[in-house]
Design a protein around this ligand. Structure first.
Ligand SMILES: Cc1cc2nc3c(=O)[nH]c(=O)nc-3n(C[C@H](O)[C@H](O)[C@H](O)COP(=O)(O)OP(=O)(O)OC[C@H]3O[C@@H](n4cnc5c(N)ncnc54)[C@H](O)[C@@H]3O)c2cc1C
Length: 378
């Protein structure tokens, strides 16, 4: 039996960022992962750091997303310094493009809504779009510029966060599948794994889309962390001389540049269970839309195709904070924004553990909100 101050279930970007933050408080932290840490959703992401809501259901997330975007420069500095690795972070903005006769109306609506939410957004005139990003299709009729948006390479980021956490003394246990939470009286007192038990004052569940399925005779996680996988496919493209300066997106597709010249095009939103297949129709859909947004990509080489499982939740919002079980906290369900939300999630969880309260009002993301919904429905 091993003993720690904090045991974190899941070594994705959320679990490792929380571990990094808690290790700075001199807590003894263990990260348990059923495979190598960082091999699930976190290494599949595109890496946009965009607080602009991508659907009406994402609107309540904007303040938290803004807060996290503001924390990013310091987060990156800490991670790069502690790990000695670069994460390809760049704050070069994003351009969102609209097509068709409604384009200007859609653009103005988007600017008004984002501004109301505190997300800096500027209308771009038709004749100025290609000055902002020369590679935008000439069919674009209007655009919005998000000057404060940033991007990062998630594969570099997760590796660097793991390195930084190890440098701070966090212990990683790969190939260590958690099968159940352990309870002593009414407290969560640790976890059971396939090979041994871990005792801990605090258990944090950060197992991404798998969180709800961690069982045991007392499966509280299906109610406190009701996650489900939402598949997304991505393509890496490369064409000599084609260099996007910023993130480019339309209603249907996004293009994220990498430092090495690749362009990441995505994505799909699919309810396909835990199946991580790359499909012909998914790839066709992304390519059609990517080429519509940037004609020059038609001649690009396909370097890689992959898919990942976003941790979705019933209301599309993350699940962050303490539960009604002493010693059990949740940090999961970050759906389409886990890379962006890692710094603020780590900060909130640290505050919950060290001060028993958070500076930011995170009530909307409480694990208890599903219990309340169930009670009202019943
Ligand atoms: C195609 C795609 C594009 C995306 N683009 C973006 C983007 O541009 N910007 C952005 O901010 N976000 C993006 N995301 C979302 C982001 O990737 C996720 O929200 C984020 O990675 C979730 O991180 P996580 O640590 O919660 O989960 P994961 O990275 O899935 O990590 C969970 C970990 O838990 C482990 N685990 C599971 N069960 C157990 C168990 N029983 N015992 C021990 N360990 C266990 C897993 O092995 C895994 O390592 C994208 C996602 C996808 C799929």
């Amino acid at each position: 039996m091993k003993s720690f101050d904090v045991v974190i279930v899941g070594g994705g970007i959320i679990g490792t960022s929380v571990a990094l933050e808690l290790a700075a408080e001199k807590l003894r932290v263990a990260v348990l992962d059923r495979q190598q840490p960082g091999e699930e959703a976190s290494c599949a992401a595109a890496g946009m750091l965009s607080p602009a809501p991508d659907s009406p259901r994402g609107i309540p997330l904007a303040p938290l997303a803004n807060e996290s975007l503001n924390l990013y420069p310091e987060f990156v500095e800490t991670v790069e310094r502690a790990s000695g690795q670069s994460v390809d972070y760049a704050r070069k903005g994003a351009v969102e493009v609209f097509f068709g006769i409604e384009a200007e109306t859609q653009r103005d609506k988007r600017v008004t809504e984002c501004t109301r939410l505190g997300v800096k957004a500027q209308a771009v005139k038709f004749e100025e779009i290609r000055k902002k990003e020369p590679l935008v299709s000439s069919l674009a009729r209007a655009a919005v510029c998000f000057p404060e948006e940033a991007r990062v390479d998630p594969r570099l980021l997760i590796r660097a966060v793991i390195g930084a956490a190890q440098a701070r003394g966090v212990q990683f246990f790969p190939d260590c599948e958690v099968t159940a939470l352990e309870f002593r009286q009414d407290r969560c007192a640790g976890v059971r794994t396939l090979t041994s038990n871990f005792v801990s004052e605090n258990v944090i569940v950060a197992a991404g889309s798998f969180s709800a399925s961690i069982g045991g005779e007392n499966n509280q996680l299906a109610r406190l962390a009701p996650t489900r996988p939402v598949r997304g496919q991505l393509i890496a493209l490369r064409r000599d001389g084609l260099n996007l300066t910023c993130v480019l997106r339309s209603d249907h597709v996004y293009l994220v540049p990498r430092r090495d010249g690749r362009v990441i095009a995505g994505s799909t939103l699919e309810e396909a269970g835990f199946e991580k297949r790359v499909t012909a129709s998914g790839i066709q859909q992304i390519l059609d839309r990517a080429i519509e947004l940037c004609f020059e990509l038609a001649g690009a080489e396909i370097v890689e195709m992959w898919s990942g499982l976003r941790p979705g939740t019933p209301d599309d919002l993350p699940i962050i904070g303490p539960t009604d079980i002493d010693g059990l906290l949740i940090a999961t369900g970050h759906y389409r924004n886990g890379i962006l939300l890692a710094p603020v999630t780590a900060k909130l969880i640290k505050e919950c553990i060290t001060h028993r309260r958070t500076m930011f009002d995170a009530q909307a993301f409480s694990p208890l909100r599903f219990k309340e919904t169930a009670a009202h429905a019943g």
